[in-house]
Design a protein around this ligand. Sequence first.
Ligand SMILES: *[C@@H]1O[C@H](CO)[C@@H](O)[C@H](O)[C@H]1NC(C)=O
Ligand SMILES: *[C@@H]1O[C@H](CO)[C@@H](O)[C@H](O)[C@H]1NC(C)=O
Length: 312
Amino acid sequence: MKPAATVDRSFSFKRATLILSSFLLVTIICVLSSMNEIQLQNLVDIGRSSFIFRKGESQPPPTLRLLIGIMTRADLYRRRDLLRLVYGVQSPSNAQVDVKFVLCSLTKEDQKVLVALEIMRYNDIIILNCTENMNNGKTYTYFSSLPEILDRTDGEDRPYDYVMKADDDVYFRLDRLVDNLISLPREDMYYGFVIPCREMNPIGRYMSGMGYALSWDLVEWIRSSDVAKNHVAGTEDKLVGEWLHKGNRGKNRYNAKPAMYNYPAGSDPCAHGFVPDTVAVHRLKDQEKWIRTLKYFNVTDQLKPSKMYHIP
Ligand SMILES: *[C@@H]1O[C@H](CO)[C@@H](O)[C@H](O)[C@H]1NC(C)=O
Ligand SMILES: *[C@@H]1O[C@H](CO)[C@@H](O)[C@H](O)[C@H]1NC(C)=O
């Protein structure tokens, strides 16, 4: 009987092993297939969200955020109207470019009404605590006030990648400007048209007030630096170059010549004729110069046909 019992026991042992291993196998298969389901779900989710981005229901964040502060005076209403037109029709893809007019404190009663109306209508004006005098510190006030003015509460670490200071007689082509900036370092960056006119090397120089950009870290540095605070009056854009030099900042520099230049006039060494890849044209002092410039760059080519008008 013993052997039979042994056979019996070993048989039931084998059967138990078989059952157990089958159970294990089924469990493993279940686990694997549920994992696959999760992974599959992830893939589906990823596919769905990229589909949403493509459909434009939820925009991906812009790859570049730029603030352009145009230095102007409260009374120059018609200039702001023109600039709102020429920047309002430009929308460079994948970038957020905010154009704001930068004024010093209002001084006349009519300004307090008209500028307030503009702000209600366009919300594109920054009024600094300063007085409109050439070379009296508006540039310092502009950069050093921005971190507080633009203080963010939504958790983003910096409001813009670059901040630009620009004249009100310069025409920037925003898509070209974004093309330039997008591949440049986002830290310790100083971008513009190097002075003097014929100089190509930006090291140890400064950028023309026609329009230059600083990376956000440099704006914060200007706010906190004694080098800047103790030296605010003088040729303002030259001072920016001196602050950076004394503070050992702005190691990354980009000279945008020949894509930035003055409108051709007389023997101006900073001027040359229009070029197709232009980033900015400066010294647009009258309407005729603006019109010639806007015509050269075909800015009205995108006008949609309509029965309501015919512009030959
Ligand atoms: C503006 O600046 C002046 C002089 O620096 C200061 O006395 C005044 O309190 C400032 N005004 C505001 C509203 O910050
Ligand atoms: C403007 O349009 C004309 C005619 O289509 C073209 O020849 C010229 O290259 C365009 N200019 C620029 C700057 O794109």
